[in-house]
Design a protein around this ligand. Sequence first.
Ligand SMILES: N[C@@H](CCC[C@H](N)C(=O)O)C(=O)O
Length: 270
Amino acid sequence: MRFLKGHGTENDFVILPDPEGEVDVSAALVAKICDRRAGLGADGVLRVVRTKQCPEVADQASAAEWFMDYHNADGSMAEMCGNGARVFARYLIDAKLVDPTGFAVATRGGVRKIHVEPNGDITVDMGKPVVYGQSTATVSGQEYTGLHVDMGNPHLACAIGDPVVQLDLSYQPGFDTAVFPAGVNIELFNPVGVSRAVMRVYERGVGETRSCGTGTVATAVAAAALSGESTGTWTVEVPGGTVTVILEEKTSYLSGPAVIVASGELMLAE
Ligand SMILES: N[C@@H](CCC[C@H](N)C(=O)O)C(=O)O
């Protein structure tokens, strides 16, 4: 099976081209591929498949030819992945499978429009964040309050007083399973002024990652809410780099670098 490897601000993915939907991407296979010692190593798998081949998203086929079939490193599936969408778009452009001047990708969270910036960065229209109430996360016995934001997938973005660099995110933070029955991605951030935040994340189905696109948008929403705002442009610094988030009345945008770093033949089998 052919594969490619890419990342967006060091949120890294194995890409599996499967245009006609012939590959059974089981949870066990995904976990093996993502294993950083016995496999290729990645935060997730992006299967590239024609939307019309997948009944679960076939209603998006007229708007987006390609479906980003996203899987977390533990084999679970998620509705949306912001950095994954940017890397997926980079693959489609490099492989000449889309018109780079304007295209969209299908995801479990709905159609996402893609725009290529003059400097090569890739911007995804992430849709309108849905903001719920507050909830709490517990890290090393310390409870932090955050905002429940739905980006297609669930997030809890917590502004914290401690420097994020000091946090121990080697364990799953505690969260309210009544609020998040399907799990949650937990962002911990320090606001810096009125348009910048420094963020770390513990992703559902993965663990700590060096970036999370949907998480940076959730963080911008929570950071803006601290000063009573719901729109604006935010720079979000993550361990793997920097992205830009634009919050508008009707939608949000995530922008940053996305690169393909390798390709080859996968010899793993389930
Ligand atoms: N890294 C992603 C989010 C991937 C999905 C997440 N782990 C979940 O289970 O919801 C991003 O860049 O948004």
